[in-house]
Design a binder for this molecule. Structure first.
Ligand SMILES: [Zn+2]
Ligand SMILES: [Zn+2]
Length: 344
């Protein structure tokens, strides 16, 4: 039984772990089981090669990773320059920036978990290039790379893709993590995330994958049941400076984690995957990927309610050690691949 509060050192907040309540009855919403077999090419998909998009542009017949400017950008160069001044002391500014979409593969029917390690490495290199290019833009303070996957997080098109927002402000979580990392360095002379990695290695119970230069773990302070962090062991402020050996190890760790998540209940696991990085190399920021899956059990979503939305702190019904143990036991070969082998 785990019933305690755990300190989240990156967000500087308490997480209430109340794992003793797991078996209380639940009559909440359940997810549909989608899992219909998808075609490799879908004529109606705006991300598939050769298809046209809403703005009339046609996708090239791309073969690897394909990047284009978002047709419905939330930030962009066309955002109004002249803004109405708000009444009172409120402030506003133009929604400047760049929004892009990154298709991982021309294959409509694959997910990141199902891509080969070399294909994931290609994607990581594309992320490096995009980060380098976009972060050098004038007025750009942050480059947020994220993937929303699955209907549970509101994505209806299964074509594997992520989005990039290059913005004229720093996203709140990265701003907090950067400030906290800098403060930790001033106070201790150590990198905060290195302390997290060391603590996870010392404990060992929550490590999901560990290779030469990368590590993946379900953190001690996890807010979501199956939340996983993946990081290079060396500190890099952002993905742009990882060398090719580190990229390969990182791709392997990412693949292992995603395959295990899919293998958990033999469903394409929904999640929000975000690259946490900083354009500042002076604040002790340590690049990492955070995966936040919204499911707590099959067909059971984690709802954000009173404590989270109302109070701003997370209440977790599960013990990170138990959830990590579940993931550790799972095979590193994707269930669809195992099925194919059995059938053929
Ligand atoms: Zn498609
Ligand atoms: Zn983070």
């Amino acid at each position: 039984m785990t019933w305690e509060e755990r300190w989240h050192p990156l967000r500087q907040e308490w997480v209430i772990v109340a794992a003793h309540r797991q078996d209380r009855p639940w009559e909440g919403e359940t997810l549909r089981q989608p899992e219909a077999k998808l075609p490799a090419y879908e004529p109606g998909c705006y991300l598939c090669p050769g298809n046209s998009r809403v703005n009339g542009q046609t996708n090239p017949k791309y073969s690897g990773v394909f990047v284009f400017n978002n047709d419905h950008p939330c930030v962009g160069s066309k955002a109004p320059e002249e803004l109405e001044r708000p009444i009172g002391f409120y402030r506003n500014q133009p929604a400047h920036g760049t929004a892009r979409v990154v298709c991982y593969t021309p294959r409509h029917d694959l997910t990141l978990a199902e891509l080969s390690v070399p294909a994931i490495e290609d994607l990581l290199r594309a992320w490096q290039e995009q980060y380098g290019e976009l972060s050098s833009g004038s007025d750009i303070q942050d480059v947020l790379i994220f993937e929303n996957k699955g209907e549970a997080v509101g994505v209806s098109n299964p074509h594997p893709h992520c989005q990039i927002y290059a913005t004229n402000f720093v996203f709140k979580t990265m701003e907090t993590e950067a400030a906290v990392s800098q403060q930790h360095f001033i106070e201790t002379g150590r990198t905060l995330f290195q302390d997290i990695i060391r603590a996870e290695q010392l404990d060992g119970r929550r490590i999901i994958c560990n290779n030469d230069s990368s590590i993946a773990f379900l953190p001690y302070f996890a807010r979501y049941a199956y939340e996983v962090f993946i990081a290079p062991k060396e500190s890099h402020a952002n993905i742009a400076t990882l060398n090719s050996a580190e990229l390969t190890d990182f791709a392997n760790a990412l693949k292992t984690v995603l395959v295990k998540l899919d293998n958990l209940w033999h469903i394409s696991f929904p999640y929000v995957l975000t690259l946490h990085q900083s354009m500042r190399s002076d604040c002790g920021f340590h690049f990492h990927v955070e995966i936040h899956p919204p499911l707590r059990r099959p067909n059971l979503l984690k709802y954000l309610a009173g404590p989270e939305i109302g109070g701003g702190n997370f209440l977790s019904d599960t013990a990170p050690e138990e959830k990590a143990a579940e993931l550790q036991q799972l095979p590193e070969i994707h269930y669809k691949q195992i099925r194919q082998t059995e059938q053929g």
